[in-house]
Design a protein around this ligand. Sequence first.
Ligand SMILES: Nc1ncnc2c1ncn2[C@@H]1O[C@H](COP(=O)(O)OP(=O)(O)O)[C@@H](O)[C@H]1O
Ligand SMILES: [Mg+2]
Length: 461
Amino acid sequence: MGALGRLIRTTAFKLSLVYLVVFSGLTLFLTAYIANNTADLLDSQINDTIQSEINSLSDQYERGGLRQLVSAVDLRSRRPGASLYLVADSSGRTVVGNVADPPLSLLGLSDGAATTVSYQRLDGETSRRYDAVVRVFALPGGFKLLVGRDIGEISQLRSLIFDASRYAIIVMVLTGFVSWFFVGRSVLKRVENMAETSRRLMSGDLTHRLTVKGSHDEFDNLALSLNEMLDRIEALMTGLREVSDNIAHDLKTPLNRLRGRLEETLRRGGPVEDYREAITSAMEEADNLIHIFDALLKIARMEAGSSGDSFEALDAAGILDEIVELYEPVVEDAGGRLTLETARPLPLKGNRTLLSQALSNLIDNAIKYGQPEGGGLSIALTGTVEDGEVCLSVADAGPGIPEADRQKALSRFGRLDAARSRQGSGLGLSLVAAVARLHGGRFMLGDAGPGLRASLHLPRV
Ligand SMILES: Nc1ncnc2c1ncn2[C@@H]1O[C@H](COP(=O)(O)OP(=O)(O)O)[C@@H](O)[C@H]1O
Ligand SMILES: [Mg+2]
């Protein structure tokens, strides 16, 4: 019962119902129109026939009086056909004709008006009654003349038309019902499938997806775009969960460390110098924490994908120039060399600040981790255009990152063992990757042989 109720509430059902009502109405109207017009036509034909019979009989009467009329009526009433004739005397008895015992009341109507009556034929089955249109005229001497025509054929035709339209409507209702049932059920099934999937999704299992049948209909399109939306939501949720997990794990450690150190200093109660030192290191730690929060916020904001609004057309070669200007003194102070080799222009659509930030992170890393053992620091910045992509890369000559560790280095808070002695949060490369994604590009770690080559591939315009 519930299933039927749901079936009835479907759009398919409502549409079928509307069609059914409209088509039934149309059929009814058409058949009524046809039946009515046909009947009118036949009626007027009958009246014409009766009129012409009357004309010819009145001719006979004028020429030969009652006697000739009677013999003409006698002759005609013997012919088979739908015409009725009767001559009756003043007492209502039949003189001649093919109508059995006409009712007296009928013969009383002697004004010649057309009337519909039921009668018995003299030559037909005695028990059966027929319908006819008749006209009765009074003749001198109390005689009556009745001329008429059987209308059984018309009634038959009329009932034939009504039968046909009744069957047509029944067939239409049945087909409508059957098609509604099948269409409605398949629609209902798919909607139900969607509802079921969304229930599962709401219960927290974001891995479920709507089924795409490959029929390329509205349902498929809907399912496809909903699935796309779910992919995006799932990615965002995973990102969010990761960030909060990482914050919980990784920020707790430095905060605890900070607190522990302050507590220790307080408990020891040493000279002012000790306090000063403790406060300075606490400030450093706090700065570090602020940096981490800053980076996390930036990444989260980029992952949320409010891309595009801050994008402008720019030349990435200009950004490379600025970076070189900014970092050359730093690298030279560390006894190293920073080189730039770039094609010009490098047309991009993007956010200047974020791209600078990403390149700065890469150069920071190269300075921190890219020092070759027993050699001088050497950092190469390159900008190229290939296959519709602008590629910005930073390569150093240090130890590099083994293939197996690259995923970890890219992950949030991911730091390799070799880096433990250095300051850092493990968010630098995550931020670069987020910038690349935001720009619709990729970020890749490769081998500079020796050293690490970190490259940003961004779509050119
Ligand atoms: N140029 C590089 N050479 C070798 N290892 C690197 C280089 N850049 C990054 N790494 C490794 O990748 C890890 C992640 O880098 P990053 O996300 O910038 O974090 P952080 O610099 O804060 O340690 C680093 O801890 C380091 O182990
Ligand atoms: Mg870094």
